[in-house]
Design a protein around this ligand. Sequence first.
Ligand code: RB5
Length: 149
Amino acid sequence: MKLIIGSDHGGLLLKEKVKEYLTSKGYDIEDVGTYTAVSCDYPVIADKVCQKVLADSSNLGILVCGTGIGMSIYANKVKGIRASHCTDTFSARLTRQHNDSNVLCLGERITGFGLALDIVTEWLNASFEGGRHQKRVDMINELDTMRNN
Ligand code: RB5
């Protein structure tokens, strides 16, 4: 499993913290940028992360911007991505267990570094429970097909 991580300028410092922390835990990380504090467009980064998550079903993504919201709005428009904007550990755990979340979104201007690292840990340590949740995740994945029927 590879962790694809990216941020805009508003999430750069938290992205670096998350990367440093997860690297120390032995995770295989690919950082798609941004690498400087120069202003950039979060949809570009969100798209890079989402495409790499979709390329291998064992991959997961982490996106950071100022609020975490712009990244999550973009990522959830990409078919096959289930992005979760989390500001607490309970949601981080449940969104893996119930929604099979494959992208975590964080807001550097919202969530302190300590809590953010706990959220990341909780999200990574939880796994999808399947069962009754599988049908609902299938319904999300098949949204376009369902509408046309
Ligand atoms: C950048 O100023 C900011 O808009 C961005 O990081 C993010 O918060 C958007 O949702």
